[in-house]
Write a protein that binds this ligand. Structure first.
Ligand code: CMC
Length: 403
């Protein structure tokens, strides 16, 4: 209830500014990446995603994002060597993971383990470049090891130690199987990392920046971002896509499935984007990579379903509402061909996005002002406290009022 003219005026003025989900509201000035959702353009530090996917490696791209420029050969070599050296995680962390329920989701395990790094590297010196560098290296180096370690532990095995002879993506695949991966598989995973490394002010990056703005440690920043990425409307969609393709089961079932989703206002996973109103440029690259992989490693039964789904969604709502495949649509098919279990798809997204989160962490520190937005209070005032034995039992209603 609004009980004063002042409250009423405040609310009317502020309601005009209010946007659900902060849609279209700038939350930071940033130089890290750029998206043009109408033209389907994505750039990291001004370089197109197509060019980086073709010419760069994930670690070089991470350097570009975090330090703001492409490294020289020497700088890259040094960065790679440092990351390689720091891949192992302390046995305390591995022991901690052995206490996690094996049935738990790997994103929850990753969030907990990322936060735990803050216990073991407790010094917080945000104005010391050496501290910043060490935190960047540690997080990039150890996150894949922790994802793979949880996977092995939940299967009842000991974690596989990182292999110093292997590059970043190849080593991750090795830690899942103890076999050196096919070079094409490793190369494709590395490109997937590059494609997922950064994407302007998405939910998890916003979360990272809000956490960073309190001047807490970088492990807490990454842990909070991992928790945000896990949801099915964000990074978790890549797992949901495969579950959906499985449920559809055949090309003939695509049309009725889409009709049912649209009739019941159910979201079709891997489609739609807050910013892109055309096909996500990363989805196009991922689709090409998937085709390359299928050519070498054999066809995937779900690919035909995916193609038909893209066609039918475009026909029904795509053109009208700008709903096209996003980054999560084809990545799952690719990871499946690489033999990666479905519930590791989102952790793989997290491994890559650490680079973007760290770039935003550094950028936030450089201009920091703590995030503290306001709200529009729409609750009541001046109510009396009712003694417990006088309270009426509320009949649960189906819909909450949203507050
Ligand atoms: N399937 C069917 N309809 C959709 C979809 C979809 N996937 N996405 C949007 N729409 C419709 C929606 O029903 C609405 O229609 P109307 O205006 O008639 O009510 C309109 O398009 C606008 O949708 P919205 O939900 O208001 O848009 P948003 O910007 O709030 O949400 C989104 C963006 C990505 C959360 C949403 O498209 C979605 O839930 N997609 C499915 C989940 C998904 O694939 N997420 C991955 C996002 S990209 C990578 C990442 O962030 O990890």
């Amino acid at each position: 209830m609004i009980d004063s003219l002042q409250d009423w005026l405040f609310m009317v003025t502020k309601m005009d500014d209010f946007k659900d989900g902060l849609a279209g509201v700038p939350a930071a000035k940033s130089r890290v990446s750029y998206v043009d959702g109408e033209k389907g353009i994505l750039e990291y530090r001004g370089i197109s995603i197509q060019e980086l996917a073709q010419k760069s490696s994930f670690i070089e791209t991470a350097y570009l994002l975090i330090w703001g420029k492409l490294p020289t050969a020497e700088e890259l070599e040094e960065f790679q060597t440092e990351i390689r050296y720091h891949r192992r995680v302390k046995y305390h962390i591995r022991d901690m993971m052995k206490c996690f329920p094996g049935s738990g989701h790997p994103m929850d395990a990753l969030q907990t383990s990322a936060a735990a790094l803050g216990l073991f590297y407790a010094r917080r010196a945000l104005d010391d470049p050496q501290y910043i560098r060490a935190a960047v290296v540690r997080l990039l180096a150890k996150i894949p090891t922790m994802v793979a370690a949880f996977h092995m532990i939940r299967k009842g095995n000991d974690p596989i130690q990182p292999n110093d002879d292997l590059d970043y993506a190849a080593n991750f695949l090795y830690m899942l199987t103890e076999r050196k991966p096919d070079p094409l598989a490793a190369q494709i995973l590395d490109i997937c990392y590059t494609l997922h490394a950064e994407h302007t002010m998405n939910a998890s990056t916003f979360s990272a920046r809000v956490t960073a703005s309190t001047l807490t440690d970088p492990y807490a920043v990454v842990a909070s971002a991992v928790g945000t990425l896990a949801g099915p409307l964000h990074g978790g969609a890549n797992e949901e896509v495969l579950i959906m393709l499985e449920e559809i089961g055949s090309v003939e079932n695509v049309r009725p499935y889409v009709e049912k989703c649209l009739a019941t206002k159910q979201k079709i996973m891997g489609f739609g984007h807050r910013v892109y109103k055309v096909k996500d440029p990363r989805a196009t690259i991922l689709q090409n990579l998937a085709e390359q992989l299928f050519e070498k490693m054999g066809h995937d039964e779900y690919y035909a379903i995916a193609i038909e789904l893209e066609k039918v969604v475009e026909e029904y709502v795509g053109r009208e509402k700008g709903i096209y495949p996003n980054v999560d649509f084809y990545s799952g098919l690719l990871y499946r061909k690489l033999g990666i279990p479905t519930d590791l798809f989102t952790p793989i997204f997290a491994i890559a996005r650490v680079a973007g989160w760290l770039a935003h962490w550094k950028e936030q520190l450089a201009v920091n002002k703590i995030y503290r937005p306001t709200q529009i209070y729409v609750g009541e005032h001046n109510l009396s406290y009712i003694p417990i034995d006088e309270r009426v039992v509320a009949i649960p209603s189906e819909g909450m009022d949203g507050f």
